[in-house]
Write a protein that binds this ligand. Structure first.
Ligand SMILES: NC(=O)c1ccc[n+]([C@@H]2O[C@H](COP(=O)([O-])OP(=O)(O)OC[C@H]3O[C@@H](n4cnc5c(N)ncnc54)[C@H](O)[C@@H]3O)[C@@H](O)[C@H]2O)c1
Ligand SMILES: [Zn+2]
Length: 351
């Protein structure tokens, strides 16, 4: 097992390895000895596959498990489910010392995390991510959120988990397309700060435990430096400004990791066309996207993308933080105007 510390307002460990989830019972007894009840929040797909083994862990630790399962998919990360979960916890007399477990992908993790952040002004929660994307990104760092009809992740809190168990065995049942999205985020880590990771990804004999650990270490360092997203943490949004626009324009039919892949390609092409980075960086990125069967082009026009970005409710005033690749495994933050963003996208779409 690989253990990585995350040092934040509430510090914790991320335990990575095959069958790391089998440590759940003993870890809960050590970390949260006063707990009596555990609320397992999951989705129907993950419930059918993994609930029994998680429940057995709780049973062995003499903890009482309660289960709340949502319909799989982004649409479930909404205010209705959030409020229903709070009422359900209250109805079952959950107290300040009880625990929430997020068993699932990023949708379950974000929603359960926000429930944990706000129920009784905060109860402890454990992330058991079941997608590659959630292992390398969503489950670590304490960003929790739900959507409003006006847009994704518009309500949320920074609230760190007490433990993250990344059990690579859970990925055995993950559909190929969803696995590839995870590789999109892994390539992102390489592009924004880890040349060696990009090189490793080009080989055919990758050790996924090591790769997940590398990404979690990077995220841990970034969260330690900037837990509340005021500076360096924004680097994790590489490819995401354009990616979010693509997701939105497709009405979320194009999934997150796929849209981010397109966004990274457009951003890198813009940097190369503007002369801020060498063409070989783009070549490396495009080769990797192809290897992991991720797209590098979109059918939306530069003006479609720009309009979607302009409507982004999370934008601060007229400025946007652009993430600019400058070398292989290196990106920099740059505050730009909306007008410059339009030029950036247009240049990034040019052949
Ligand atoms: N909080 C953060 O820092 C952060 C970072 C990145 C993404 N996110 C959020 O994460 C969400 C996307 O997460 P996701 O890509 O994990 O999607 P997801 O949670 O929707 O899971 C994708 C699909 O895979 C299924 N699934 C999950 N685990 C499985 C398994 N082991 N076997 C078989 N099927 C399985 C799910 O039921 C679902 O249908 C978005 O809402 C995004 O905003 C959050
Ligand atoms: Zn992402």
């Amino acid at each position: 097992m690989l253990c990585i510390d995350v040092i934040a307002t509430n510090s914790y460990q991320v335990i990575i390895g095959n069958s790391s989830a089998s440590q759940l019972g003993e870890q809960l007894l050590t970390l949260l000895p006063k707990a009596q009840k555990v609320a397992i929040i999951t989705d129907d797909n993950v419930k059918n596959l993994y609930l029994t083994s998680v429940k057995n862990q709780l049973l062995a630790a003499k903890l009482t498990g309660f289960v709340y399962s949502i319909l799989p998919g982004e649409a479930s990360k909404n205010g209705d489910n959030y409020l229903r979960m709070l009422s359900w916890l209250a109805k079952n007399d959950f107290t300040k010392t009880d625990i929430i477990i997020a068993l699932g992908g990023g949708v379950v993790g974000d929603l359960a995390g926000f429930v944990a952040a706000t129920y009784l002004r905060g109860v402890a929660y454990v992330q058991i991510p079941s997608t590659l994307l959630a292992m390398v990104d969503a489950s670590v760092g304490g960003k929790t959120a739900i959507a409003l009809p006006a847009g994704k992740n518009l309500v949320g809190a920074f609230y760190q988990p007490s433990l993250v168990l990344c059990d690579l065995d859970l990925l055995k049942t993950l559909p190929t397309g969803i696995m590839q999205e995870g590789y999109g985020e892994i390539i992102k880590y390489g592009m924004l700060g880890n040349k060696e990771l990009l090189i490793d990804l080009t080989t055919d004999a990758i050790d996924l435990n090591e790769i997940v650990a590398t990404c979690v270490k990077m995220k841990s360092a970034i969260v330690h430096a900037d837990e509340f997203d005021q500076g360096v943490r924004k680097l994790l949004n590489f490819g995401h400004t354009i990616g979010h626009a693509i997701e939105q324009l497709s009405d979320y039919q194009i999934r997150h990791g796929v849209a981010v892949a397109m966004g990274m390609a457009i951003d890198t092409r813009a940097a190369v066309n503007l002369g801020t980075c060498n063409a070989s960086v783009l070549t490396t990125l495009l080769n990797l996207l192809e290897k992991y069967q991720l797209p590098s082009q979109t059918n939306y026009s530069a003006s479609d993308l720009f309009e979607a970005m302009r409507r982004d409710k999370k934008r601060t005033a007229e400025l946007i933080t652009n993430i600019v690749p400058t070398a292989l495994g290196k990106c920099e933050l740059e505050e730009i105007s909306l007008k410059s963003l339009f030029e950036w996208v247009t240049i990034g779409m040019a052949r």
